[in-house]
Design a protein around this ligand. Structure first.
Ligand SMILES: [Fe+2]
Length: 189
């Protein structure tokens, strides 16, 4: 089912990778993209640590792997802090960006090849569903701390994709409200 913990976590990973691609392709948007990445990464990580990892460790016995994954979350957050501290147009940014993106991708690979399969093997489908609900509630709670309302980030992404289809100029410079307005205008013709 679409809202079980494994599907939701995997979807977040793909969304995160899209944001990494945009860090490369839209250099003038880097500060805004980094804020979005920070909100997503932090909310996703806390929700995993509080709702999904304990259940995985308990049911599968993979305590060391889960502990290792938690450490990698903190490492990624530290790398992101360092990245946000430097000038987005400097060579240093490129270097720190590569380091951060590589660390997150490595973590995602491990999670998808070890942690999530261990969870799937250890608990019932019904339990994976329950964990999905808990994960998504906890994630939204964290998102609100960053001033992001429920479902807001996916909505912004959808708006951006719609603006792309409509070939709206300067779309990468717009915030969510501006995108919504421009899309509405373009649809009216
Ligand atoms: Fe994770």
């Amino acid at each position: 089912m679409a809202d079980d913990a494994i599907t939701l976590i995997t979807q977040d990973h793909r969304r995160m990778e899209e944001l990494f691609d945009r860090l490369q392709s839209e250099p003038d948007q880097r500060p805004r993209l980094l804020d979005e990445i920070e909100a997503m990464l932090t909310a996703h990580s806390r929700a995993e640590e509080d709702e999904v990892y304990p259940a995985t460790a308990e049911a599968s016995g993979e305590r060391a792997q889960v502990q290792h994954s938690t450490e990698e979350h903190h490492e990624a957050e530290e790398l992101l802090r360092r990245l946000k501290d430097c000038d987005p147009n400097s060579g240093e940014f490129d270097e720190r960006c590569r380091e951060f993106v590589d660390a997150v991708k490595h973590h995602v690979d491990e999670e998808e090849s070890e942690v999530l399969p261990a969870l799937r093997d250890a608990v019932s489908e019904k339990r994976v569903q329950e964990l999905g609900r808990a994960f998504s509630e906890r994630r939204e709670q964290e998102m609100r701390r960053f001033g992001v309302g429920p479902g807001q980030i996916p909505k912004q992404r959808e708006l951006y994709e719609e603006a792309e289809r409509l070939d709206i100029r300067d779309r990468s410079k717009m915030d969510k409200d501006e995108l919504a307005e421009a899309v509405q205008k373009a649809r009216r013709g």
